[in-house]
Design a protein around this ligand. Structure first.
Ligand SMILES: Nc1nc2c(ncn2[C@@H]2O[C@H](COP(=O)(O)OP(=O)(O)OP(=O)(O)O)[C@@H](O)[C@H]2O)c(=O)[nH]1
Ligand SMILES: [Mg+2]
Length: 391
Protein backbone atom coordinates (compact mmCIF):
# COMPACT_ATOMS: atom_id res chain seq x y z
CA UNK A 1 0.00 0.00 0.00
CA UNK A 2 1.24 3.43 -0.82
CA UNK A 3 1.60 5.95 1.91
CA UNK A 4 2.07 9.65 1.73
CA UNK A 5 5.35 11.10 2.92
CA UNK A 6 5.15 11.76 6.60
CA UNK A 7 7.40 13.95 8.67
CA UNK A 8 8.50 13.25 12.20
CA UNK A 9 9.20 15.23 15.31
CA UNK A 10 12.90 14.68 16.05
CA UNK A 11 13.04 15.85 19.64
CA UNK A 12 15.54 18.65 19.02
CA UNK A 13 14.87 22.24 20.02
CA UNK A 14 14.51 24.97 17.48
CA UNK A 15 16.40 28.26 17.29
CA UNK A 16 13.13 30.12 16.82
CA UNK A 17 12.33 29.95 20.46
CA UNK A 18 8.72 30.99 20.98
CA UNK A 19 9.40 32.36 24.49
CA UNK A 20 11.63 35.41 24.80
CA UNK A 21 14.27 34.49 27.40
CA UNK A 22 16.49 37.54 26.87
CA UNK A 23 15.42 39.53 29.94
CA UNK A 24 16.03 36.53 32.18
CA UNK A 25 19.37 35.64 30.65
CA UNK A 26 20.97 38.90 31.56
CA UNK A 27 22.50 39.39 35.03
CA UNK A 28 24.60 37.27 37.40
CA UNK A 29 23.28 35.09 40.19
CA UNK A 30 24.84 35.15 43.66
CA UNK A 31 22.68 32.55 45.43
CA UNK A 32 20.61 34.83 47.69
CA UNK A 33 16.80 34.45 47.91
CA UNK A 34 15.98 36.90 45.17
CA UNK A 35 18.59 35.28 42.92
CA UNK A 36 17.12 31.86 43.67
CA UNK A 37 13.78 33.23 42.58
CA UNK A 38 15.33 34.55 39.37
CA UNK A 39 17.01 31.19 38.75
CA UNK A 40 13.71 29.39 39.27
CA UNK A 41 11.96 31.81 36.92
CA UNK A 42 14.68 31.22 34.35
CA UNK A 43 14.42 27.46 34.68
CA UNK A 44 10.62 27.61 34.36
CA UNK A 45 10.87 29.86 31.33
CA UNK A 46 13.32 27.49 29.67
CA UNK A 47 10.99 24.56 30.37
CA UNK A 48 8.07 26.50 28.92
CA UNK A 49 10.11 27.44 25.91
CA UNK A 50 11.23 23.85 25.27
CA UNK A 51 7.68 22.62 25.62
CA UNK A 52 6.28 25.28 23.30
CA UNK A 53 8.93 24.49 20.68
CA UNK A 54 8.32 20.77 20.94
CA UNK A 55 4.57 21.20 20.61
CA UNK A 56 4.97 23.50 17.61
CA UNK A 57 7.24 20.92 15.97
CA UNK A 58 4.71 18.19 16.61
CA UNK A 59 1.94 20.35 15.21
CA UNK A 60 3.86 21.10 12.04
CA UNK A 61 5.01 17.55 11.34
CA UNK A 62 4.00 14.17 12.62
CA UNK A 63 1.94 11.25 11.53
CA UNK A 64 -1.70 12.12 11.12
CA UNK A 65 -3.85 9.62 12.88
CA UNK A 66 -7.61 9.46 13.10
CA UNK A 67 -9.61 7.37 15.56
CA UNK A 68 -12.98 6.48 14.07
CA UNK A 69 -15.82 4.13 14.87
CA UNK A 70 -19.40 3.88 16.11
CA UNK A 71 -20.51 5.12 19.51
CA UNK A 72 -19.39 3.26 22.62
CA UNK A 73 -16.67 1.28 20.90
CA UNK A 74 -13.88 2.77 23.03
CA UNK A 75 -12.46 5.70 21.03
CA UNK A 76 -12.26 8.04 24.01
CA UNK A 77 -10.83 5.21 26.12
CA UNK A 78 -7.98 4.70 23.64
CA UNK A 79 -7.33 8.44 23.71
CA UNK A 80 -7.22 8.34 27.52
CA UNK A 81 -4.72 5.48 27.33
CA UNK A 82 -2.54 7.51 24.96
CA UNK A 83 -2.66 10.40 27.41
CA UNK A 84 -1.71 8.06 30.25
CA UNK A 85 1.08 6.40 28.33
CA UNK A 86 2.47 9.39 26.43
CA UNK A 87 0.83 12.60 27.66
CA UNK A 88 2.79 15.02 29.84
CA UNK A 89 0.22 15.14 32.60
CA UNK A 90 -1.49 11.79 32.14
CA UNK A 91 -5.14 12.20 33.08
CA UNK A 92 -4.55 14.86 35.75
CA UNK A 93 -6.11 17.71 33.80
CA UNK A 94 -9.51 16.03 33.70
CA UNK A 95 -9.29 14.04 36.95
CA UNK A 96 -11.57 16.23 39.09
CA UNK A 97 -14.17 16.57 36.33
CA UNK A 98 -14.54 12.79 36.33
CA UNK A 99 -15.75 12.75 39.92
CA UNK A 100 -19.12 13.97 38.72
CA UNK A 101 -19.06 11.68 35.70
CA UNK A 102 -18.48 8.67 37.95
CA UNK A 103 -21.40 9.66 40.19
CA UNK A 104 -23.65 10.05 37.16
CA UNK A 105 -22.49 6.69 35.83
CA UNK A 106 -23.42 5.01 39.13
CA UNK A 107 -26.89 6.58 39.13
CA UNK A 108 -27.47 5.73 35.49
CA UNK A 109 -26.39 2.14 36.17
CA UNK A 110 -28.84 1.55 39.01
CA UNK A 111 -31.57 3.27 37.05
CA UNK A 112 -30.94 1.01 34.03
CA UNK A 113 -31.08 -2.06 36.26
CA UNK A 114 -34.38 -1.02 37.87
CA UNK A 115 -35.89 -0.40 34.42
CA UNK A 116 -34.53 -3.74 33.18
CA UNK A 117 -35.96 -5.56 36.19
CA UNK A 118 -39.41 -4.09 35.57
CA UNK A 119 -39.31 -4.84 31.84
CA UNK A 120 -38.33 -8.45 32.50
CA UNK A 121 -41.04 -8.75 35.16
CA UNK A 122 -38.52 -9.77 37.78
CA UNK A 123 -39.58 -9.18 41.40
CA UNK A 124 -37.49 -7.53 44.06
CA UNK A 125 -35.87 -10.10 46.37
CA UNK A 126 -36.47 -7.85 49.35
CA UNK A 127 -39.89 -6.09 49.17
CA UNK A 128 -38.61 -3.38 51.54
CA UNK A 129 -36.48 -2.12 48.68
CA UNK A 130 -39.65 -0.88 46.93
CA UNK A 131 -39.09 2.51 48.54
CA UNK A 132 -35.65 2.67 46.96
CA UNK A 133 -37.11 1.76 43.57
CA UNK A 134 -39.33 4.84 43.94
CA UNK A 135 -36.29 7.00 44.75
CA UNK A 136 -34.53 5.72 41.63
CA UNK A 137 -37.62 6.34 39.48
CA UNK A 138 -37.57 9.97 40.56
CA UNK A 139 -33.93 10.15 39.43
CA UNK A 140 -34.78 10.80 35.80
CA UNK A 141 -35.35 14.52 36.22
CA UNK A 142 -32.25 14.89 38.37
CA UNK A 143 -30.12 13.07 35.83
CA UNK A 144 -31.43 15.25 33.03
CA UNK A 145 -30.45 18.37 34.94
CA UNK A 146 -27.02 16.95 35.66
CA UNK A 147 -26.33 15.53 32.24
CA UNK A 148 -22.90 16.29 30.91
CA UNK A 149 -22.29 16.73 27.24
CA UNK A 150 -18.79 18.02 26.90
CA UNK A 151 -16.16 17.50 29.55
CA UNK A 152 -14.52 20.67 30.76
CA UNK A 153 -16.85 23.01 28.90
CA UNK A 154 -19.46 24.66 31.16
CA UNK A 155 -22.93 23.79 29.98
CA UNK A 156 -25.17 26.88 30.27
CA UNK A 157 -28.19 24.59 30.46
CA UNK A 158 -27.01 23.28 33.84
CA UNK A 159 -28.25 25.50 36.69
CA UNK A 160 -25.35 27.04 38.59
CA UNK A 161 -26.12 25.48 41.93
CA UNK A 162 -25.95 22.03 40.34
CA UNK A 163 -22.51 22.61 38.87
CA UNK A 164 -21.42 23.28 42.44
CA UNK A 165 -19.27 20.33 43.51
CA UNK A 166 -20.60 20.21 47.08
CA UNK A 167 -24.24 20.25 46.00
CA UNK A 168 -23.50 17.40 43.62
CA UNK A 169 -21.64 15.36 46.27
CA UNK A 170 -24.51 15.89 48.75
CA UNK A 171 -27.10 14.87 46.18
CA UNK A 172 -25.13 11.72 45.38
CA UNK A 173 -24.59 10.92 49.06
CA UNK A 174 -28.38 11.06 49.59
CA UNK A 175 -28.77 8.40 46.91
CA UNK A 176 -26.09 6.03 48.24
CA UNK A 177 -28.25 4.01 50.72
CA UNK A 178 -30.82 3.33 47.98
CA UNK A 179 -28.13 2.38 45.47
CA UNK A 180 -26.40 0.01 47.89
CA UNK A 181 -29.60 -1.74 48.99
CA UNK A 182 -30.78 -2.19 45.44
CA UNK A 183 -27.45 -3.41 44.07
CA UNK A 184 -27.40 -6.25 46.63
CA UNK A 185 -31.08 -7.11 46.09
CA UNK A 186 -31.44 -10.63 44.62
CA UNK A 187 -33.97 -9.34 42.03
CA UNK A 188 -31.52 -6.71 40.75
CA UNK A 189 -28.66 -9.22 40.77
CA UNK A 190 -30.80 -11.66 38.78
CA UNK A 191 -31.60 -8.89 36.32
CA UNK A 192 -27.90 -8.06 35.97
CA UNK A 193 -26.87 -11.69 35.50
CA UNK A 194 -29.62 -12.88 33.18
CA UNK A 195 -30.92 -9.97 31.09
CA UNK A 196 -28.76 -9.55 27.99
CA UNK A 197 -30.49 -6.49 26.57
CA UNK A 198 -30.09 -4.12 29.53
CA UNK A 199 -29.43 -0.51 28.71
CA UNK A 200 -26.58 -0.12 31.15
CA UNK A 201 -23.00 0.71 30.37
CA UNK A 202 -20.23 -1.87 30.45
CA UNK A 203 -18.67 -0.43 33.58
CA UNK A 204 -21.91 -0.60 35.63
CA UNK A 205 -20.67 -3.41 37.89
CA UNK A 206 -17.24 -1.81 38.33
CA UNK A 207 -18.79 1.37 39.73
CA UNK A 208 -21.68 -0.19 41.65
CA UNK A 209 -19.20 -2.43 43.48
CA UNK A 210 -17.25 0.71 44.39
CA UNK A 211 -20.12 2.88 45.71
CA UNK A 212 -18.56 3.33 49.16
CA UNK A 213 -15.24 4.46 47.75
CA UNK A 214 -16.65 6.83 45.11
CA UNK A 215 -19.14 8.44 47.51
CA UNK A 216 -16.43 9.42 50.01
CA UNK A 217 -16.33 13.25 50.31
CA UNK A 218 -12.55 13.06 49.69
CA UNK A 219 -12.93 10.83 46.64
CA UNK A 220 -10.62 11.55 43.70
CA UNK A 221 -11.04 9.36 40.60
CA UNK A 222 -8.15 6.97 39.92
CA UNK A 223 -6.78 6.36 36.43
CA UNK A 224 -8.80 3.14 36.25
CA UNK A 225 -11.97 5.00 37.29
CA UNK A 226 -11.41 7.50 34.48
CA UNK A 227 -10.85 4.70 31.97
CA UNK A 228 -14.08 3.03 33.07
CA UNK A 229 -16.13 6.23 33.20
CA UNK A 230 -18.32 7.03 30.27
CA UNK A 231 -19.33 10.34 28.72
CA UNK A 232 -20.52 10.41 25.15
CA UNK A 233 -18.21 12.53 23.00
CA UNK A 234 -20.10 15.16 21.07
CA UNK A 235 -17.22 17.21 19.77
CA UNK A 236 -14.17 16.56 17.64
CA UNK A 237 -10.90 17.13 19.38
CA UNK A 238 -7.27 17.23 18.36
CA UNK A 239 -4.52 15.82 20.54
CA UNK A 240 -0.82 15.58 19.91
CA UNK A 241 1.34 12.75 21.17
CA UNK A 242 4.97 11.88 20.84
CA UNK A 243 5.35 8.11 20.81
CA UNK A 244 8.99 7.02 20.82
CA UNK A 245 10.05 10.12 18.94
CA UNK A 246 7.29 9.81 16.37
CA UNK A 247 4.66 12.53 16.50
CA UNK A 248 1.03 11.58 15.98
CA UNK A 249 -1.77 13.99 15.32
CA UNK A 250 -5.37 13.34 14.29
CA UNK A 251 -6.77 15.06 11.20
CA UNK A 252 -9.66 14.59 8.82
CA UNK A 253 -8.20 14.89 5.39
CA UNK A 254 -4.87 13.57 4.35
CA UNK A 255 -4.58 11.18 7.29
CA UNK A 256 -1.80 8.61 7.28
CA UNK A 257 -3.49 6.03 9.43
CA UNK A 258 -6.93 5.34 10.79
CA UNK A 259 -7.59 3.38 13.91
CA UNK A 260 -11.05 2.01 13.34
CA UNK A 261 -12.71 1.00 16.59
CA UNK A 262 -15.27 -1.79 16.83
CA UNK A 263 -16.71 -3.52 19.89
CA UNK A 264 -16.75 -7.30 19.43
CA UNK A 265 -18.96 -7.53 22.49
CA UNK A 266 -21.74 -5.79 20.52
CA UNK A 267 -22.39 -8.94 18.43
CA UNK A 268 -25.59 -9.61 20.41
CA UNK A 269 -26.79 -6.00 20.73
CA UNK A 270 -29.13 -3.82 18.69
CA UNK A 271 -28.29 -0.23 17.75
CA UNK A 272 -29.46 2.46 20.13
CA UNK A 273 -31.51 4.27 17.48
CA UNK A 274 -32.58 1.10 15.63
CA UNK A 275 -32.81 -1.97 17.90
CA UNK A 276 -33.50 -4.19 14.86
CA UNK A 277 -30.10 -3.46 13.38
CA UNK A 278 -27.29 -5.52 14.90
CA UNK A 279 -24.61 -3.22 16.34
CA UNK A 280 -21.63 -5.19 15.07
CA UNK A 281 -23.24 -5.58 11.65
CA UNK A 282 -23.75 -1.81 11.56
CA UNK A 283 -20.10 -1.37 12.51
CA UNK A 284 -19.01 -3.66 9.63
CA UNK A 285 -21.07 -1.51 7.23
CA UNK A 286 -19.37 1.64 8.52
CA UNK A 287 -15.95 0.03 8.10
CA UNK A 288 -16.93 -0.92 4.54
CA UNK A 289 -17.66 2.74 3.79
CA UNK A 290 -14.51 4.04 5.47
CA UNK A 291 -12.06 1.48 4.09
CA UNK A 292 -13.31 1.92 0.51
CA UNK A 293 -13.70 5.68 0.66
CA UNK A 294 -11.65 7.59 -1.88
CA UNK A 295 -10.63 10.09 0.77
CA UNK A 296 -8.74 7.28 2.49
CA UNK A 297 -7.25 5.65 -0.60
CA UNK A 298 -3.72 5.93 0.77
CA UNK A 299 -4.56 5.52 4.42
CA UNK A 300 -3.46 2.54 6.51
CA UNK A 301 -6.34 0.89 8.29
CA UNK A 302 -5.77 -0.52 11.74
CA UNK A 303 -8.88 -2.17 13.14
CA UNK A 304 -9.21 -2.58 16.88
CA UNK A 305 -11.58 -5.43 17.67
CA UNK A 306 -12.23 -4.09 21.12
CA UNK A 307 -13.95 -5.19 24.35
CA UNK A 308 -12.60 -8.72 24.05
CA UNK A 309 -13.01 -9.16 27.82
CA UNK A 310 -16.78 -8.66 27.61
CA UNK A 311 -16.95 -10.72 24.42
CA UNK A 312 -15.23 -13.62 26.16
CA UNK A 313 -17.53 -13.32 29.18
CA UNK A 314 -20.58 -13.48 26.94
CA UNK A 315 -19.30 -16.62 25.19
CA UNK A 316 -18.56 -18.27 28.52
CA UNK A 317 -22.08 -17.51 29.72
CA UNK A 318 -23.38 -19.59 26.79
CA UNK A 319 -24.39 -16.82 24.37
CA UNK A 320 -24.25 -18.22 20.81
CA UNK A 321 -22.65 -16.16 18.05
CA UNK A 322 -24.61 -17.88 15.30
CA UNK A 323 -27.87 -16.75 16.85
CA UNK A 324 -26.90 -13.22 15.75
CA UNK A 325 -24.63 -14.10 12.81
CA UNK A 326 -26.45 -17.08 11.22
CA UNK A 327 -23.75 -17.49 8.54
CA UNK A 328 -21.32 -18.57 11.26
CA UNK A 329 -21.30 -22.34 11.63
CA UNK A 330 -18.12 -22.93 13.61
CA UNK A 331 -17.69 -23.76 17.28
CA UNK A 332 -18.70 -21.14 19.81
CA UNK A 333 -15.22 -20.78 21.31
CA UNK A 334 -13.14 -17.62 21.62
CA UNK A 335 -10.50 -18.53 19.01
CA UNK A 336 -12.88 -19.61 16.22
CA UNK A 337 -15.36 -16.78 16.73
CA UNK A 338 -12.71 -14.05 16.85
CA UNK A 339 -11.11 -15.38 13.65
CA UNK A 340 -14.56 -15.25 12.04
CA UNK A 341 -15.09 -11.60 13.01
CA UNK A 342 -11.54 -10.69 12.03
CA UNK A 343 -12.21 -12.12 8.57
CA UNK A 344 -15.54 -10.26 8.37
CA UNK A 345 -13.69 -6.96 8.88
CA UNK A 346 -10.87 -7.82 6.49
CA UNK A 347 -13.27 -8.74 3.67
CA UNK A 348 -14.96 -5.32 3.81
CA UNK A 349 -11.99 -3.61 2.18
CA UNK A 350 -12.29 -4.19 -1.56
CA UNK A 351 -8.82 -2.96 -2.45
CA UNK A 352 -6.74 -6.14 -2.16
CA UNK A 353 -3.49 -4.18 -2.31
CA UNK A 354 -4.42 -2.25 0.77
CA UNK A 355 -3.14 -3.57 4.08
CA UNK A 356 -5.68 -3.81 6.84
CA UNK A 357 -4.21 -4.62 10.24
CA UNK A 358 -6.28 -6.02 13.07
CA UNK A 359 -5.73 -6.12 16.81
CA UNK A 360 -7.85 -7.70 19.51
CA UNK A 361 -7.98 -5.13 22.26
CA UNK A 362 -9.10 -4.55 25.82
CA UNK A 363 -8.99 -0.76 25.84
CA UNK A 364 -9.53 -0.29 29.58
CA UNK A 365 -6.48 -2.44 30.34
CA UNK A 366 -3.45 -0.13 30.40
CA UNK A 367 -0.91 -3.00 30.25
CA UNK A 368 -2.50 -4.52 27.17
CA UNK A 369 -2.90 -1.15 25.48
CA UNK A 370 0.76 -0.35 26.00
CA UNK A 371 1.70 -3.47 24.02
CA UNK A 372 -0.87 -2.63 21.33
CA UNK A 373 0.27 0.98 20.97
CA UNK A 374 3.88 -0.17 20.56
CA UNK A 375 2.78 -2.68 17.88
CA UNK A 376 0.77 -0.01 16.05
CA UNK A 377 3.71 2.36 16.23
CA UNK A 378 5.97 -0.31 14.67
CA UNK A 379 3.46 -0.89 11.84
CA UNK A 380 3.20 2.81 11.06
CA UNK A 381 6.94 3.39 11.19
CA UNK A 382 7.53 0.45 8.85
CA UNK A 383 4.91 1.73 6.39
CA UNK A 384 6.55 5.12 6.60
CA UNK A 385 9.99 3.71 5.82
CA UNK A 386 8.64 1.57 2.99
CA UNK A 387 7.00 4.60 1.48
CA UNK A 388 10.17 6.63 1.64
CA UNK A 389 12.04 3.79 -0.11
CA UNK A 390 14.18 2.89 2.89
CA UNK A 391 12.70 -0.58 3.33
N1 LIG B 1 -14.86 -3.81 29.69
C1 LIG B 1 -14.43 -2.97 28.75
N2 LIG B 1 -14.95 -1.72 28.70
C2 LIG B 1 -14.48 -0.90 27.73
C3 LIG B 1 -13.49 -1.30 26.79
N3 LIG B 1 -13.26 -0.24 25.97
C4 LIG B 1 -14.06 0.76 26.39
N4 LIG B 1 -14.79 0.37 27.45
C5 LIG B 1 -15.82 1.11 28.18
O1 LIG B 1 -16.86 1.39 27.25
C6 LIG B 1 -17.46 2.65 27.52
C7 LIG B 1 -17.50 3.46 26.22
O2 LIG B 1 -16.19 3.80 25.83
P1 LIG B 1 -15.85 5.21 25.16
O3 LIG B 1 -14.38 5.25 25.03
O4 LIG B 1 -16.53 6.30 25.89
O5 LIG B 1 -16.54 5.03 23.72
P2 LIG B 1 -16.55 6.06 22.50
O6 LIG B 1 -16.25 5.25 21.27
O7 LIG B 1 -15.66 7.22 22.77
O8 LIG B 1 -18.08 6.49 22.46
P3 LIG B 1 -18.72 7.87 21.88
O9 LIG B 1 -18.04 9.00 22.55
O10 LIG B 1 -20.18 7.77 22.23
O11 LIG B 1 -18.52 7.85 20.39
C8 LIG B 1 -16.64 3.28 28.64
O12 LIG B 1 -17.33 3.09 29.86
C9 LIG B 1 -15.35 2.48 28.66
O13 LIG B 1 -14.80 2.39 29.95
C10 LIG B 1 -12.98 -2.64 26.88
O14 LIG B 1 -12.14 -3.09 26.09
N5 LIG B 1 -13.50 -3.41 27.86
MG1 LIG C 1 -16.04 9.18 23.05
Amino acid sequence: MELQQVSRGNGSTSNNSSTNLAPLLTGQFSGNRSDQKKAKALSDAIDRSLRADRERQLREGGIKLLILGPSETGKTTVLKQLKLLYGRKGLDVERQTYRRVVHLNVMKAIQGLVEGMEQANIQLGNPENAVHVETVRRLETTLKRYSITTIGVPNPAIPRKITDAKAETDMFADMVPAIKSLWTDPGIQRTFNTCTQLSIQDSAKYFLDAVDRVSDPEYTPTDDDILQARVRTLSVSEHIFDIDGVAYRPYFDDVDAIIFMSALSAYDQGCEDNPNLNRLQDCLLLFNEISNHKLFLNTSMIVFLNKIDIFQRKLLSGSMVNRYFPDYNGPNDYFSTTVFFQYRFLEQCKDLQKQVYTHFTHATDTKQMKVIVVAVNVIIQRLNLRNSGLL
